[in-house]
Design a protein around this ligand. Sequence first.
Ligand SMILES: Nc1ncnc2c1ncn2[C@@H]1O[C@H](COP(=O)(O)OP(=O)(O)O)[C@@H](O)[C@H]1O
Ligand SMILES: [Mg+2]
Length: 245
Amino acid sequence: MIRIENVSKTYDGVNWAVHELSLTLEAGEFVVVLGKSGSGKSTLIRLLNRLVEPSAGRIFLGGDEITGASPARLRRLRRRMGMIFQEYNLVPRLPVLTNALTGALGEISPAASLFNHFPAAAAKRARGHLVRLGLGERIYQRADRLSGGQKQRVGIARALMQEPEVLLADEPVSSLDPSTSKVILDILQGVHRDRGVTVICNLHLPALARDYGTRVLGLRKGRLVFDGPPENLDDSAVHNVYDED
Ligand SMILES: Nc1ncnc2c1ncn2[C@@H]1O[C@H](COP(=O)(O)OP(=O)(O)O)[C@@H](O)[C@H]1O
Ligand SMILES: [Mg+2]
C-alpha cells in the first residue's frame, strides 16, 4: 500500500532527520510509530504526503509514486490520505460543521467555499460524521469553544470527509488527558476496523502502542530500530528505542 524505498531527509545538510528508511506498510494495518522527541516521527509522517520533500529515496502509494509527482497529481494523491494533527489545526472562529467541510475542499469549487457555500450532499455527509462522533449538538458552535477531545473529533470528521484510504495522525493525543486519549484512539481504531482505513499514528507512549497498534515501528535518530507486532515490544525493545546512548 505504501512503499518507502531508501528514504532520507536532512533539513540542514548535516543531520539526518530520517536516515535510509525502507519499509512497506500493508493496507489495513494500524501502524504506531514510537520514538523520543526528535527521532523523526513527524518527518516520516510528513514525507508520506510530501509536506516534507525527501533528500533521497522514493515513496509510493499503491502503484503511484508520490515523490516526483506533478502538483496536480500530488493533489490527487493527497486526497487519498487524511491527516490528523496534535494541535487539531481547526479554524477557531468557524463553526464545527464548516471546519469538518474543509476536508471536502477537493470536491468543492474554490469560489463556492469562499462564500461558505458548500454543496448539500457534502454538508449532509459532514453532519453524519459529526453525529457519529458524538458532536451532533455542537454542529453550529465555534470550534474554539470546544474541549480538546471535541476538537480532535472535529479533526477526525474533517479527515473522513476525504474518504481516505490512509489516515496519517501525528501525535493525535499528546495534548489530551489519558481518558480523552483513549476515546480518540478508540475512534481511530473503529475507523480502521469498520472502514478498512490504514492508520499510521505517531505516539510517544509504548503502552498505547501495545493497545492499539497491529504493527509498531520504533525510530531512533531517524533510523528504524524496531519493526514488529505489539507483542514483540518487550522492555528491551522499548529501551532500545528510548534510551540515551
Ligand atoms: N522544519 C525543520 N527544520 C529543521 N530541522 C527540523 C525541522 N523539522 C524537524 N527538524 C529536525 O529533524 C529531527 C527530527 O524531528 P521530528 O521529525 O520533528 O521528530 P519527532 O516528531 O520524532 O519529534 C530533529 O532533529 C528536528 O530538530
Ligand atoms: Mg513530532
